[in-house]
Design a protein around this ligand. Structure first.
Ligand SMILES: *Cc1c(COP(=O)(O)O)cnc(C)c1O
Length: 427
């Protein structure tokens, strides 16, 4: 599949059945796997042979779907997780422990912001947030001796800031750490962060990759490009023997292309068990088969809706990265010339109350704590996903109290605009 175009990878990547084998990815609904000898099994436990023994660590269905996502991103290894949050946690925790520090863009998903600012802190990992628009000098000043990675989102949910990936990668590499990018919103159809220097990519597959609001899930992909062995003390977990696996050194045994994902699977999946169900991986794969077709439609519809909103006198502001009026329009042209995502944010004239009223008057567009679904939906983050955050924290994340987040689906754009129009007419 390596020399095919991305549209073909969506449909056929990760799985090539042999003669007489199932055309669709088989759901291997089995917790465990049978072996003829104890010695064969022991080799698996020691990571001396590859194979399946227990689905908490690895399952063939999940691995097949991870392989497709790996191809889409152009990585060397990938794994699925039970959720997008689990993917972000594992991606960071695989190279950080108590006493370490990370630098993150402040414009990130609310759940990830909480994970970093509250839960990682309780684990003794400190996070410094920087504005994605800060200067190189300001971002560099956030780094410390114990900094282990730089983190950001390609398009921030819900602030919709576009990250200057190439600039962030240069800063990370100048400080000898990898750049981890949550690429949930554009998906690899619209942006492939590895092509701009990112080292590790994460996904909430719950969003566009599944695309039908059917299965929560996540993925981590490694580019295989970050040379951990240049900093053996900083990344000792990857570069020195792991006592919990009879002294295996991940970088030596699995090379740069496999060390990071093998460690995350062998240690973190083993101990934390944030494993996806094989059935969920199968559902995710059905979504991936049409990802390229759906993303195009999401983006076309969203641009039409965003242009309509911009022309309405009932709307105070509209933020959509593909609009010429977006402050990130140049970054959008650089990183995502073919399309961004289906999510738009805007303010309704009359503020918080008018926004709530407007949302209740919508008929086709539903109020949901979800985005990136085939069906259009909307949400008021200040009273929903981001309600744990203070006003100051909200503004630091780029979320104003009057912000309505609209996730434009793949219905007919004319119907969506008509729905918005009738709701605005009534407030
Ligand atoms: C939804 C989301 C997550 C979290 O994913 P879950 O599957 O809900 O855990 C992480 N990052 C981004 C950008 C998201 O939109």
């Amino acid at each position: 599949m390596s020399n095919t175009k991305i549209n073909t990878k969506c449909v056929q990547g990760g799985y090539t059945p042999g003669n007489g084998e199932p055309r669709q990815v088989p759901i291997i609904q089995s917790t465990t796997f049978k072996y003829e000898t104890g010695a064969a099994m022991a080799k698996l436990f020691d990571l001396e042979a590859s194979g399946y023994f227990y689905s908490r660590l690895q399952n063939p269905t999940c691995d097949t779907v991870a392989a497709k996502i790996c191809e889409l991103e152009g990585g060397t290894a990938a794994m699925l997780t039970s959720s997008g949050m689990a993917a972000n946690f594992l991606a960071v925790f695989n190279i950080c422990s108590c006493g370490d520090h990370i630098v993150s863009s402040a414009a990130i998903y609310g759940g990830t912001f909480n994970l970093f600012s509250v839960t990682l802190k309780r684990m003794g990992i400190e996070v410094t947030f920087v504005s994605p628009d800060a200067s190189d000098e300001e971002i560099s000043a956030a780094f410390k001796e114990n900094t282990k990675c730089l983190f950001g989102e390609t398009i921030a949910n819900p602030a919709l800031n576009v990250l200057d990936i190439e600039r962030f990668a240069k800063i990370a590499h100048a400080h000898g750490v990898p750049l981890i990018i949550d690429n949930t919103f554009p998906t690899p159809i619209n942006c492939r962060p590895f092509e701009w220097g990112a080292d590790i990519v994460t996904h909430a597959t719950t969003k566009y990759m599944d695309g039908h609001g059917a299965a929560v899930g996540g993925a981590i992909v490694d580019s295989g490009k970050f040379d951990w062995t240049k900093y053996p003390e900083k990344f000792s977990g990857l570069c020195t023997p792991d006592a919990s696996y009879h002294g295996v050194t991940y970088t030596e045994r699995f090379g740069l292309e496999g060390a990071y994902i093998t460690k995350a699977t062998a240690q973190l999946m083993r101990d934390l068990g944030v494993t996806p169900a094989p059935m969920s991986a199968f559902i995710l794969n059905l979504g991936l088969e049409s990802l390229h077709v759906r993303m195009k439609r999401h983006c076309e519809n969203a641009l039409k809706v965003a242009e309509y909103l911009e022309s309405s006198d009932k709307i105070t502001w509209v933020n959509y990265p593909a609009l010429k009026s977006s402050k990130d329009y140049e970054l959008t042209q650089k990183y995502m010339p073919g399309g961004t995502c289906g999510v738009i944010s805007f303010g309704v004239k009359g503020g918080r109350e008018a926004a709530a009223k407007f949302m209740e008057l919508l008929k086709l567009i539903a109020i949901e704590t979800h985005v990136a679904d085939a069906r259009s939906c909307c949400l008021h983050p200040a009273t929903a996903t981001h309600r744990q955050l203070s006003d100051d924290e909200l503004i630091a994340c780029g979320v104003s109290p009057d912000l309505v987040r609209l996730s434009v689906g793949i219905e007919d754009a004319d119907d969506l605009i008509a729905d918005i129009e009738q709701a605005l007419a009534q407030i």
